[in-house]
Design a protein around this ligand. Structure first.
Ligand code: ACM
Length: 772
């Protein structure tokens, strides 16, 4: 579970349908797509061409440090991705060069904007600021990497005038729930820079860890940076999990980002999500007790208290944070602070009476305001999640990051606050991007490449004056279910491409087919940089009518991918599909048993998604993966989790519903099927449900540890089998349950319910097989 309470789930809004601008003619040079992401504000293809080869120098045409840094970055990137060495030189530009120049007279006047001209005589990038010049260089790099080839590139002559739509183009990285190395964070920063994203919101403190060294308070990292996993030292779990960034490392990362024109906004979450801090210094908490650093995802109850000493602590921490991070904005969290501890605390209640404050929400407002004043005194601005609005006493200059849908942003903008749009679920990259069985762990529903691309940043309800308060847009990478950086990369790429276009490009240029046409070049850039992006948007889904296949032994196979993009090629002999394999144009008929494999390719022949396969035989059709079994009616919460919270693998994953362990096996002709086999996994129930705990469904059991009960047709239907669960303290985490089935006739669905006690482990289904 991400941090949100499940009741806050929003249905996915298919907003993209509203956005169907006309494809700007200028994105095409002749018939060739100009492969730029994000799409620039203006591209005009002109007469002629220019070839960039090893004898094309990059010329630094001013004496700024920024220009030199950009030249070096461009040269290095082109060398690494195109195998083309472009030497960097200073001074007067020879003919046929790439000239980089900061120029106060540059034609694009907006901050971060640039002009890029390709003519038969050479290339010139000019900008009024260093960031603009850097963005222009990235655009040129993309022009120089239109495909996976190495060596010289011939460009069409063109004129690009470009500038960002939004000033805040953000990505939030949660380094608490799972920790990334400095090198990994820097990899993410490079990719952000290559997408013209400019704000890394770095989530550094939470219940499950404190990740930033604070010299004055060493216990924050000695104790607070480490948690003890549920299976510590067993089943692949480390003895302790955690880590933190030293101040030297933070300085390194901040400088690395700055050199790429990215600002890092640190987040220290308060007054809630404070359990790791309270574990380090119990006097900061409300109860005086020392909790463990949490291993539970969700909403934990530990808050900071409201004593003066605690504010002194926070001010001292902020002093060190402000010295490390030059950003204007400092994020103070403010989310999901359930007030149970404050309500139960005589000291907090006395303080509220003393202040004349009558609700805990208003008390949070007072808390946040006090921090805001401290930041203000130091020339910084406070930003927080939209709960900071709830006290109704938020200082006018506080900025609101809207995550509970977009309502917070609308309310805040109407009140005159600046806002950043980062709503769940639309821009929560912890949501999976496909329902393919091989997608990684994450939250459902699907937030697809297309849904990200279709996100409308400025709510239509805002008038022009209010819309000016929308600083920009951000996606959030919560890492509960991303134990490794490979998981983070899978979640971020290529959805970052869609986000970057939403954040940077003019709304009128938003055009999904044109974006897709520009994407294959970007996928090749990922490959060249060894970025393992998710291919779920293009992976082929192999569909048949299962009942017809079971009854007749024949099937009509339909192949499709999520985006309907590219060409699908397939085989039926188990071999890997290539461009020479049959191309899919229409559903085709097969006789079982057979194995269908299919992959999708771009028009230039590059592979968009690795081959997927489906074995079509009776046994396989009667085996259904837990990940493709829907929930029972009544509760739509779905989460794909790792076998253990810190398991470093990407597979297997298990789909669970923390509210109700009940799953549906699809309608199947049951004639002749006399036994059921269920591959089962016992998982850790490490979910802090807060006030939603009462929604967890508990069912009576007959045996000590509960059982898996199989009902026919519906979850109230007749019981066909009941399989007792083994003693959790004396059995492996994975085991198989078997039972005989009474003879049935005709087609029936099955409802499978775990009756294990809800205080104990969670049980998940690996797969269910029916056999004769
Ligand atoms: C959040 O997801 N709790 C901001």
């Amino acid at each position: 579970m991400t941090r949100r309470l499940p009741t806050f789930l929003h249905a996915c809004a298919w907003l993209f349908a509203a956005v169907m601008a006309v494809l700007p003619a200028a994105t095409r040079a002749g018939d060739a797509v100009v492969p730029l992401i994000p799409q620039p504000a203006q591209v005009t293809v002109t007469e002629g061409r220019f070839t960039v080869g090893v004898d094309t120098p990059i010329v630094i045409a001013d004496d700024g440090k920024g220009t030199a840094g950009t030249a070096a970055y461009l040269s290095d990137l082109v060398e690494r991705t195109r195998g083309l060495h472009l030497r960097v030189q200073r001074g007067p530009a020879p003919a046929h060069a790439i000239v980089l120049q900061r120029d106060p007279q540059a034609v694009v006047t907006q901050a971060e904007g640039y002009a890029l001209d390709v003519t038969p005589a050479g290339i010139r990038i000019s900008a009024r600021d260093d960031a603009g010049l850097f963005h222009g260089a990235i655009t040129l790099w993309q022009l120089l990497t239109p495909d996976a080839q190495h060596g010289p590139v011939t460009l069409a002559a063109m004129r690009i005038r470009d500038q960002p739509r939004f000033a805040w183009r953000g990505l939030m990285l949660d380094s608490v729930r799972h920790f990334q190395s400095v090198a990994e964070v820097e990899t993410l920063i490079d990719q952000m820079a290559q997408h013209k994203m400019n704000t890394l919101h770095w989530h550094l403190t939470d219940d499950q860890g404190w990740r930033i060294q604070i010299k004055r308070y060493p216990e924050l990292t000695r104790i607070g940076a480490w948690r003890t996993p549920p299976d510590a030292g067993k089943n692949g779990e480390p003895k302790r999990y955690g880590g933190f960034y030293t101040q030297d490392q933070i300085r390194q990362v901040v400088a690395y980002a700055a050199a790429r024109h990215i600002t890092i906004v640190p987040e220290l979450d308060m007054p809630g999500h404070a359990q790791a801090a309270v574990a380090a210094y119990p006097q900061l908490g409300v109860t005086g007790q020392r909790p463990q650093v949490s291993i539970d995802w969700g909403v934990n109850p530990w808050l900071y208290n409201v004593d003066d000493d605690t504010f002194t602590f926070i001010d001292n921490v902020l002093d060190e944070v402000l010295a490390l991070f030059p950003s204007t904005y400092i994020h103070v969290g403010g989310d999901e602070a359930i007030k149970d501890q404050w309500q139960a605390s005589p000291a907090v209640q006395a303080k509220m009476r003393e202040l004349g404050i009558t609700s805990e929400n208003a008390m949070q407002g007072w808390f946040i305001d006090r921090i805001g004043q401290y930041l203000d005194k130091h020339g910084r601005k406070l930003i927080g999640w939209d709960e900071i609005l709830e006290g109704d006493n938020l200082p006018a200059d506080a900025t609101v990051m809207s995550w509970r849908g977009t309502d917070g942003a609308i309310k805040a903008a109407m009140l005159g606050h600046d806002v950043v749009m980062a709503p769940a679920p639309n821009l929560y990259f912890d949501h999976v991007q496909s329902e393919l069985e091989d997608d990684y762990a994450g939250r459902l529903g699907v937030e697809s490449l297309r849904s990200i691309y279709g996100f409308q940043v400025v709510p239509a309800i805002l008038g022009a004056a209010q819309a000016k308060h929308v600083l920009g847009v951000q996606a959030n990478v919560w890492t509960e279910h991303m134990p490794t950086f490979a998981h983070v990369e899978h979640a971020v790429f290529p959805r970052l491409d869609a986000l970057s276009e939403v954040a940077w490009s003019p709304a009128a240029s938003n055009h999904w087919p044109a974006f897709l046409a520009r994407l294959p070049a970007q996928l090749e850039r990922y490959k060249a940089q060894r970025i393992p992006y998710a291919d779920g948007a293009f992976a082929v889904d192999i569909a048949i009518d299962r009942t017809v296949a079971l009854v007749t032994g024949r099937a009509t196979v339909t192949l499709a991918n999520q985006t309907d993009f590219g060409n699908i090629h397939y085989t039926t002999d188990g071999s890997t599909p290539t461009l020479d394999s049959p191309r899919y144009d229409a559903p085709f008929n097969v006789t079982l048993p057979i194995t269908v494999r299919a992959a999708s390719f771009a028009t230039d022949g590059s592979e968009l998604a690795a081959a997927r396969q489906r074995v079509l035989d009776r046994a396989s059709l009667l085996t259904v993966a837990g990940n493709s079994m829907p929930n029972c009616p009544g509760s739509d919460f779905r989460l794909r989790v790792q076998p253990l919270p810190d398991a470093a693998s990407t597979a297997p994953v298990y789909t669970i519903n923390v509210f109700d362990s009940c799953h549906l096996y699809p309608a199947t002709p049951l004639d002749g099927l006399r036994s059921i086999r269920v591959d089962t996994a016992r998982l850790v129930r490490n979910f802090a449900m807060a006030h939603d705990q009462k929604l967890v469904v508990s069912r009576p059991r007959r045996t000590p540890f509960g059982e898996l009960v199989v009902h026919r047709d519906t979850c109230n239907g007749p019981v066909l089998a009941s399989m007792p669960l083994p003693d959790p303290t004396h059995s492996a985490r994975n085991f198989t349950l078997n039972a005989a089935l009474p003879a049935q006739q005709g087609e029936h669905a099955l409802c499978l319910i775990y009756t294990a006690p809800i205080e104990g482990a969670l049980y998940a289904i690996g797969q269910v097989s029916l056999t004769p």
